[in-house]
Design a protein around this ligand. Structure first.
Ligand code: PEP
Ligand code: CO
Length: 453
């Protein structure tokens, strides 16, 4: 029998369960022909990379590594451009250096990219000025423009999503191989428009200290420190569009296991996580490490049942629980869940997403998040795990390498009245470069007090 699969599971057994947030395609034949094309396409990631991530996540759960997961809420085809891809890598690299410095441990970088296209929506239609159209569900399904034509789901967009994911991964891998991510080249990660960012000096000071340490180690050991160029980026996305995920679910004979080879780390979103959910059923049988998002309304007994269902062998490195409860609710909701997992002796990796519980609507109906609330939730989670002697193994952000005005607050001072200036996200508001840098410094400072002024 396969290492992972259970007797009553198959890549399509999710079809017997309750699948919500799925797409109503008008032309089923068109969909089938696209899916059979995709089924023939090469995978985007390999089983070796996935196993490598599993090992690293087990280390993060044990407090020996820290996960930085971040990227767009919803990727768009239009953003599949070199500068945008590079800028996102740069901010993730800058944040990870700060975290390595502050936490004194290696960082696992996981992008919300190369596949983060499908979005769950609270309402199936959107109404503007009395006109109702199907909601925008992510670029692999329909387009954000508010016209009937744009909003009709088109299966060809799944092909485009695959091409854009492959193009991005190709660039990410080429840059990583070419030394772009090498710590010795950290000065190349500067983002031109962030030179005035309030905390940029603190970042440069950290880089200088690291360079000095590297020079010193080089003198002592008499040769350059190796391995610094081989920084890895993993990919992740919400595995929402189950027919798409199913065609990338492949039997890897030499591993005797079945993997989802469209991404390293698929996750289940909060809305599709329930008893009898098709998404839970699909994830149950794949060998990838998987994440799932939980809110303040998760009951401890439901959580332990879910963890047992998704990880019956209690393997460390298999499950990432991403908590997203909101600054005002976290203190009341999280302790009982941590306690239930502890008492049951279940191996999980706890990750904090301080974004999704802190979304609010600003004047004018625009979605935003306050930097102060995001930081407050995160600090509360760090303190809670410390108090309960459990490990917070990572953080999860919606962020971009661009100078957008989507979240308010932080030292660069984006205010509510600035939101319309550069609001580019099609779904949730992201931290901009300056806010992301500041967030990483605040986390590092929380773990190890140092001056970031
Ligand atoms: C998301 O990550 O963009 C998202 C929809 O999150 P959640 O499932 O936590 O609401
Ligand atoms: Co989001």
């Amino acid at each position: 029998m396969k290492q992972n699969a259970t007797l009553d599971w198959s890549p399509s057994s999710w079809r017997q369960k309750k699948a919500i947030q799925q797409v109503d395609y008008t032309d089923e034949e068109h969909l089938s022909s696209v899916l059979s094309n995709l089924n023939q396409f090469p995978p985007l990631v390999t089983s070796w990379e996935i196993e490598g991530l599993r090992t690293q996540l087990a280390e993060a759960a044990a407090g020996r590594r820290f996960v930085l997961q971040g990227g767009d809420c919803a990727e768009s085809f239009e953003d599949c451009r070199v500068e945008l891809i590079k800028n996102r890598l740069k901010i993730l690299l800058q944040m990870s250096v700060i975290l390595i410095y502050g936490l004194k441990m290696p960082v696992v970088r996981i992008g919300r990219f190369a596949g983060q296209y499908a979005k769950p929506r609270s309402a199936s239609t959107e109404t503007r000025d009395g006109v109702s159209l199907p909601s925008y569900r992510g670029d692999n399904i329909n387009a954000p423009e508010f016209t009937q034509e744009a909003r009709v789901p088109n299966p060809d967009r799944l092909l485009q999503a695959y091409y854009c994911s492959a193009i991005q991964l190709n660039l990410v891998r080429a840059l990583a191989d070419a030394g772009f991510a090498d710590l010795h080249n950290a000065d190349n990660w500067n983002l031109s428009f962030a030179q005035e960012a309030p905390y940029i000096e603190s970042y440069h000071k950290i880089i200088q200290k690291i360079h000095k340490a590297l020079d010193f180690a080089k003198i002592v050991s008499d040769h350059p420190i190796g391995g610094l160029g081989r920084v890895q980026f993993f990919t992740s996305h919400e595995a929402l569009h189950l027919p798409y995920e199913e065609v990338f679910t492949r039997d890897v004979a030499h591993k005797n296991a079945i993997y989802n080879l469209s991404t390293h780390l698929p996750w289940i979103g909060k809305r599709t996580l329930f008893n009898d959910s098709a998404h839970v059923e699909y994830m149950r049988g794949i060998r990838n490490p998987i994440g799932f998002k939980i809110g303040h309304d998760m009951a401890p007994s439901d959580l332990t049942a879910l963890v047992r269902n998704l990880n019956p062998l209690n393997d460390p490195g298999r499950l990432m629980i991403i908590t997203r409860m909101g600054a005002s609710k976290i203190a009341d909701s999280l302790p009982q869940l941590i306690d239930a997992i502890q008492r049951a002796g279940l191996n999980v990796l706890w990750v904090c997403d301080p974004m999704h519980g802190n979304t609010e609507t600003a004047a004018g109906g625009i979605k935003t998040r306050k930097f102060g609330n995001i930081l407050a939730e995160l600090e509360c989670v760090i303190d809670m795990h410390a108090r309960m002697k459990t490990v917070l193994g990572g953080v999860h952000f919606e962020l971009t390498g661009e100078d957008v005005t989507e979240c308010v607050g932080g030292a660069s001072g984006v205010e509510e009245c600035d939101l319309n200036q550069r609001y580019h996200s099609t779904v949730d508001p992201r931290l901009n470069v300056s806010q992301s840098l500041e967030m990483a410094l605040k986390i590092a400072q929380k773990y190890q007090d140092f001056d970031i002024s």
